[in-house]
Design a protein around this ligand. Structure first.
Ligand code: ZN
Length: 239
């Protein structure tokens, strides 16, 4: 995020397609761009969400360019007031179009009283039995629900900004963010393999045959799966 003077905002030059306007008292309000995002989402979902623009403070989203939706309060979007229309649409997608997979995942998270935001859980791959089936099990239960929920939200967000005539304002491949979850999982697996001079050798070198097979199957199929869910999300918003 670059910095800009308040005057540039007030002049109406929202070159990052900001969904918020600053007020004279330092707070932010949803502007026409933000209202358009929410209207497109609600028009397609039949539901609505409230927006909490983040305020500065310790651990705040303020200034991060990001947003979040808490599992326990899915109707509330927490968004950095400097975030783009893409981010607002993405968080609105979590709120109004949760995937079935993430609903199941959410039930488990809420049952365990972790109450965390839409983000992957921490888990310890050293507890895994050394075989491909356990890699697959952890991937499908702990990674895929989040990865596909993110892919779905990305597809919806892109459809919203396309419908507004803005195109891809995320400024990168829309699939890269969801795939971070998959690659993080693979890194965790690699980081828990035997080391040489303190450096983990990775599943490719130290894994069992079935571990290696499953590892590479996950790598080979990841983008296709993410793309399929992205497309599904995209098609939920009529153009
Ligand atoms: Zn998200």
């Amino acid at each position: 995020m670059g910095t800009r003077k308040a005057g540039q905002w007030l002049d109406g030059h929202h070159h990052n397609h900001s969904p918020f306007n600053p007020e004279v008292d330092g707070t932010f309000s949803v502007n026409q761009t933000g209202a358009d995002v929410m209207e497109i989402l609600s028009g397609a979902s039949g539901s609505s969400s409230s927006i909490n623009p983040a305020t500065p403070g310790e651990g705040s989203l303020y200034g991060t360019g990001g947003g979040s939706v808490m599992w326990a309060k899915p109707s509330e979007l927490n968004v950095d007031p400097h975030a783009s229309a893409h981010v607002l649409a993405h968080e609105g997608a979590h709120s109004q179009f949760p995937t079935a997979l993430s609903e199941e995942y959410k039930r488990r998270i809420l049952a365990s009283a972790e109450g965390s935001p839409y983000a992957g859980r921490e888990w310890n791959p050293t507890n895994l039995p050394r075989n491909g089936a356990s890699i697959r099990y952890m991937y499908e239960t702990e990674v895929v629900p989040t990865m596909l929920e993110e892919a779905n939200a990305q597809g919806i967000a892109r459809a919203v900004t396309d419908k507004m005539g803005l195109g891809n304002i995320e400024g990168r491949d829309n699939l890269s963010y969801p795939m971070i979850y998959g690659y993080k999982f693979l890194d965790q697996l690699d980081n828990n393999t035997p080391t040489l001079d303190g450096i983990p050798l990775g599943v490719g070198i130290t894994g069992t045959d079935s571990e290696r097979e499953e590892y590479y199957r996950i790598v080979d199929n990841m983008r296709t799966r993410v793309q399929r869910q992205f497309n599904h999300g995209y098609n939920l918003i009529p153009q």
